[in-house]
Design a protein around this ligand. Sequence first.
Ligand code: NAD
Length: 356
Amino acid sequence: MALKLTDELAPEGHERLVYAEDETSGLRAYICIHSTVYGPAAGGCRMWNYDSKADARQDVLRLANGMTSKNAMAGLELGGGKSVIIGDAKTDKSEDLFKSFGEAVHSLGGTYYTAEDVGISPKDMAIVARETPYAVGLDGGEHGSGDPSPFTAEGVFQCMKAGREALTGSSDLTGQRVLVQGLGHVGMSLAEKLHAAGAQLIVSDINTAALEIARADLGADICPTDAVFEADMDIFAPCALGGILTGDTATRLTASLVCGAANNQLATPDVAEVLRARNIQYLPDYVVNAGGIISVAGEIHKAGPGFREERLAGVALRIREVLAHSIQTGKTTIQVADEMVESILSRALATQKGAA
Ligand code: NAD
């Protein structure tokens, strides 16, 4: 069977949802274009062993929506989209699988740009890029931006300092107990920066090899995965999974600041209120973790030198703005950030209408 693309009914607020399947290569993937109001949709491709097709569908819808907010807040002139490949990133990868995926992305005619996300490496993306110019985050080439993760980590690090400054008047992280949940591409890079800044690291992961590296090289204390929220910490940096802050975990969390890379950290919007009631400052994930897509955007726009550094510096500026508005208005940080996104998108829509 050749590649088969099926347009599914996208829920309200989402522009397009496509299911891509190819029995020969084994591809089963969703691509969601949430919004192209602010430009062509851009967002990474995740490979994950979902329990069901419905779980993959739900994940891609949530993640694509988040990309619209992230790209708007980072001022990237890109809309929001995301893709997920159903499969085990350790055992199910093949050249044919990524070629089929590239074909699927290409069939969307440039309305969606893909890049690396959880489970996908620049090597995988290079195969996708043989089938379509709409694959980015590539190593090499004139504009190749490579792995976005170090830039995500840098943005998170800068925001953490800005968050601490808003709380205490000092951005110094010396001696701060920071718990990094997830020592993958972003988490390990963040842990290295925190160690260099004099923070006291606590780390948690299901990957014992990564824990051992952090213990030996960065002097980190190891926290079991089921004891994260009770661990004594000043700052919580979620860099593994989404949905980890629930009414229950937010009530147990000992940190006074949450700043991490994971997408969709709040399981439900009302968790923001639980955190605020406990005086825990939550830095909205989609503002904090924009470094990677900023790096990728430079490749999409074929931007000159300076684009990435300039936009990356803007991430912490934006967080400062969100915190200042939140303190001034009494709104939660996520409410403030969402309102800023709405206003950016309304302006983009008005410009689009004006030009039509
Ligand atoms: P990754 O797959 O490299 O790392 C994830 C890490 O989390 C792995 O080490 C994994 O073992 C660990 N993990 C899994 N389950 C865990 C659990 N229950 N407890 C503790 N650790 C667990 O992914 P990444 O690229 O580092 O991304 C991390 C998060 O940041 C993801 O949510 C991703 O969507 C988000 N994000 C990443 C980027 C980027 O540039 N890579 C950009 C924006 C957002």
